[in-house]
Design a protein. Structure first.
Ligand SMILES: [Zn+2]
Length: 443
């Protein structure tokens, strides 16, 4: 294993090979202790693969096409068309099966921040556009039956009998219904549960199993949703965007999806970061990218993004940082978003879909002037934080950042050569040009 050529405040290799790391932005600590290293990195799943009947899984899965009516009314979908995708908005219940969605956007039936929170605390009410979509949907008997079934499911979750639906006060019913159309917590769901033609027992379709073009459409569709949530509900100040992959990664269903949760603040992490970034605008370049480059931990880059082993997280993490001068993803050009997408996709493809992961997005909130670049963290859920972590906020990793770098770089090299994966330059020496991000740089 290659040792770093220097120690800075953020990564220190001890005499016995223990590596102590601190995230320069969050201050969170992670350690790699050689004696506690687990087996070598592989793509083998944590549990034995069982042969599964794909059809049976798809019939049971709430996010599969067969169960389109178990998710709230669809806001919009992307349908494959020629070499690209076509956007279809506001599909009515009877028309759900008329086209095959490559990706769909629906409200989350059980929102983190519910619709009535916005109503009670902000005086918010469904936007004109979403209201019109709601009325059109309900004017159809299939649409109305769909909504009634969803309201019954919501009542059941609260332990209330289905008969309560008929007795619901008008206002309560209106709030619950409006939440299905005008809430601020959405899901972006892939159309397929499994890869086309995958064998019985195959893992479900992960983000890295999509083609690069499909992945770019998926990322672009999520960004469109973030922007739309801001537009529909002006009280939304930030849309937390994440993807939990597999049950062990915190997902309710092993069916690829992203969650977009609008809320009326920035969250503790970004509030702290905004203060830091304002006082030290160059921090992402200096303390993250240049520091990683100094340790040879940068894996790949393109004109719009950088992929590296990111230190100081709860789990071993790959970070993808946008090089754009624009801090909000929905204000970036298509090429800039594609550059990010290609490296996020490469990170997932390299890891393999058998392994649970979390993908978390961070960017400057719309009412924030701090130079916080759009970054995406892909955390490998291969360690389970326990008592030690809870008491110290130091996270023990089963793999060193250098072993992780070597493994991912080898995978990327093979993917580029064998599968023709494009859209990035592999950095064989782990170093990139100094301070490649435009965030915090005088323009
Ligand atoms: Zn499914």
């Amino acid at each position: 294993m290659e040792q770093p050529d220097r120690s800075d405040g953020f990564l220190r290799v001890m005499r016995d090979g223990t590596i102590r790391m601190t995230n320069p932005v969050s201050g969170l600590g992670s350690w790699f202790i050689p004696a506690r290293a687990s087996r070598p990195i592989t793509n083998a799943p944590g549990r034995p693969q069982q042969a599964v009947d794909r059809r049976e899984v798809e019939m049971r899965c709430e996010f599969c096409e067969a169960n389109n009516l178990r998710t709230p009314p669809e806001k919009e979908r992307l349908v494959a068309a020629g070499d690209g995708f076509r956007l279809v908005e506001g599909v009515g219940a009877p028309a759900l099966g008329e086209s095959r969605a490559a990706f769909r956007r629906v409200a989350n039936l059980f929102e983190v921040v519910p619709y009535d929170y916005w109503v009670a605390n902000h005086g918010y009410r469904i936007s004109e556009r979403d209201g019109a979509r709601m009325r059109a949907y309900l004017s159809d008997s299939a649409g109305k039956a769909h909504v009634d079934a969803l309201l019954a499911a919501k009542l059941a979750r609260e332990g209330r009998p289905e008969e309560d639906l008929a007795r619901l006060p008008v206002e309560e019913r209106a709030l619950l219904t409006e939440g299905l159309f005008g809430g601020s917590h959405d899901l972006v769901i892939t159309g397929r549960h499994f890869a086309e033609g995958s064998a019985a027992g195959a893992a479900p379709l992960g983000a890295g199993d999509l083609s690069q073009a499909e992945h770019a459409a998926y990322v672009g569709f999520a960004i469109r949703a973030i922007e739309d949530l801001h537009v529909q509900n002006p009280n939304v100040r930030y849309v937390m965007t994440f993807q939990n992959w597999l049950h062990a990664g915190g997902a309710s269903f092993d069916h690829l999806h992203k969650q977009l949760v609008g809320f009326d603040g920035w969250g503790v992490i970004l509030e702290r970061e905004a203060r830091l970034a304002r006082s030290r605008p160059g921090i992402y370049n200096e303390a993250i990218i240049d520091q990683a480059s100094g340790h040879g931990l940068v894996l790949a880059e393109n004109d719009h993004a950088v992929l590296l082993v990111d230190i100081g997280h709860r789990h071993p993490t790959l970070g993808i940082y946008s090089r754009s001068a624009t801090m909000r993803p929905w204000e970036q050009s298509e090429e800039e978003v594609r550059g990010m997408s290609d490296l996020i996709h490469a990170a997932h493809r390299a890891r393999g879909s058998e392994v649970p992961s979390n993908e978390d997005w961070f960017y400057a909130p719309r009412d924030c002037d701090a130079p916080i670049p759009w970054r995406v963290l892909v955390r490998w859920r291969i360690n389970n934080p326990s008592g030690f972590e809870g008491g110290t906020d130091l996270y023990i990793h089963p793999v060193s950042p250098f072993a992780m770098r070597d493994w991912v770089r080898d995978r990327l090299r093979r993917l580029a050569a064998g599968e023709g994966l494009r859209g990035f330059r592999l950095l064989e020496d782990g170093r990139c040009a100094r301070s490649p991000l435009r965030a915090g740089q005088a323009s």
